[in-house]
Design a protein around this ligand. Structure first.
Ligand code: GLV
Ligand code: GLV
Length: 319
C-alpha cells in the first residue's frame, strides 16, 4: 500500500520525527530537488505532498493529480511555485509557512544590507588574498544609521525589516504597498508612491510576493529613478527585478550596490552579476537557520495532520 504523505526533500530531524509520529511518509531518498516526474508521481499517488519552492506544482501537474490528493504543503512562505487556483478548483488545499521565518528572512536582508553598504565581501577578500591598504579614503562604504530606508511590500517580512531599521539604526522609513500597514505607521513610516520611494531612499529593500503585478516591478526605468548612491536589497523573489537591467545599473553607476538572495532564473544567475564587486550574492537562504527551518517543518506537520484528520489546514493559502 502506498503511504499517505510524500516529502520532496528532507527537512531538519526534529520536523521529520514529528511527521513520522502523525503519518507514514515516503521521502525523496536523494539529496536533491525532486524531478518533475517525481513530483507528478507524488501528486498522483499521495494524500499530501510536502513541496519545496523548487517544485513547480503548476496547472498541468495539478490537472493530473490523483483523487486522493488533499493537500500540497509548501515548505516556504511564498507559494508562487504552486498554481493555487488550479489546486483549490480541484478541492486540494495549499498551505505555507508564514510567521516562523519572518525574523530570519528579515535578518538575512540586514546581513546583505550591511555587507553591501560596508563592502564586507570586498574587505574579506582583500585580507585573505593581498596586503591590506589604508588611509582616510580606503574602502569607503555608505552610512546606514539615520539614512532613509524604502520598503517595497509591507507584509510581515517587510514590516519586520523596517522596524529593525527604525528602532535599531534610527532610519527614516518610507514604504510602498497596496495597503497601509499599522505596524509601520506605528514607527512613523510613511506610505508613498513607488516613484517617491525610489527617489528618496538610500536603501531600497524588496519584500513583495511574486505576482503578475510585481514581475519586473524594478526595471531600468525604476533603477534610473534611484539615487546614484542607493543600494538595492532583494530577499523577496528574483523576477521582481529585471536582472539584466540591474547588471547595467550596477556597472554604470546608476546605483551604488546591491545585495541579493534571490535571482530571476534560479538556480541560474546572470553571469555578469558574478563579475561585479558591488553586489553581494547569497544562494536563496533567507530562512536558513536550523531553528527557523525546524519551525517551518513543524508548521508543515501541523497542516498535514489537520488535513489527514479531515480538517482545514491552519495555514491555508487561498487566492
Ligand atoms: C522563501 O523564499 C520562502 O518563500 O519561504
Ligand atoms: C511574508 O511572510 C510577508 O508577508 O512578508
Amino acid at each position: 500500500m502506498t503511504k499517505k504523505v510524500y516529502v520532496s526533500r528532507r527537512m531538519p530531524p526534529v520536523a521529520m520525527e514529528a511527521l513520522g509520529k502523525i503519518c507514514e511518509y515516503d521521502l525523496n531518498p536523494e539529496d536533491r530537488n525532486a524531478t518533475r516526474e517525481e513530483l507528478a508521481y507524488a501528486l498522483k499517488n499521495y494524500a499530501a505532498v510536502v513541496t519545496m519552492l523548487s517544485d513547480q506544482a503548476d496547472a498541468e501537474l495539478i490537472a493530473q493529480a490523483g483523487p486522493n490528493l488533499k493537500l500540497i504543503a509548501n515548505y516556504a512562505v511564498g507559494f508562487n511555485n504552486i498554481d493555487v487556483k488550479a489546486a483549490n478548483a480541484r478541492g486540494i488545499y495549499v498551505s505555507n509557512t508564514p510567521d516562523v521565518l519572518t525574523d530570519a528572512t528579515a535578518d538575512l536582508g540586514w546581513a546583505l544590507l550591511f555587507a553591501a553598504a560596508r563592502r564586507v565581501i570586498e574587505g574579506d577578500n582583500i585580507v585573505r588574498t593581498s596586503r591590506m591598504g589604508g588611509g582616510p579614503e580606503y574602502l569607503l562604504g555608505s552610512d546606514i544609521t539615520g539614512k532613509t530606508l524604502g520598503i517595497v511590500g509591507a507584509g510581515r517580512i517587510g514590516s519586520n525589516f523596517a522596524k529593525k531599521g527604525a528602532l535599531g539604526f534610527g532610519m527614516k522609513v518610507l514604504y510602498y504597498g497596496r495597503h497601509n500597514s499599522p505596524a509601520l505607521d506605528e514607527i512613523g513610516a510613511k506610505l508613498v508612491s513607488l516613484d517617491e520611494l525610489l527617489a528618496e531612499s538610500d536603501y531600497v529593500s524588496l519584500h513583495c510576493p511574486l505576482t503578475p503585478d510585481t514581475r519586473h516591478l524594478i526595471g531600468a526605468e525604476q533603477l534610473a529613478k534611484m539615487k546614484h548612491s542607493a543600494i538595492l536589497i532583494n530577499t523577496a523573489r528574483g523576477p521582481v527585478v529585471d536582472e539584466k537591467a540591474l547588471v547595467s545599473a550596477l556597472k554604470n553607476g546608476t546605483i551604488a550596490a546591491a545585495g541579493l538572495d534571490v535571482y530571476e532564473h534560479e538556480p541560474d544567475v546572470e553571469p555578469e552579476l558574478k563579475t561585479l564587486s558591488n553586489v553581494v550574492l547569497m544562494p536563496h537562504v533567507g530562512s536558513a537557520t536550523l531553528g527557523t527551518r525546524t519551525n517551518m517543518g513543524l508548521m508543515v506537520v501541523r497542516n498535514v495532520e489537520a488535513v489527514l484528520a479531515g480538517n482545514t489546514p491552519p495555514n491555508e493559502v487561498k487566492l
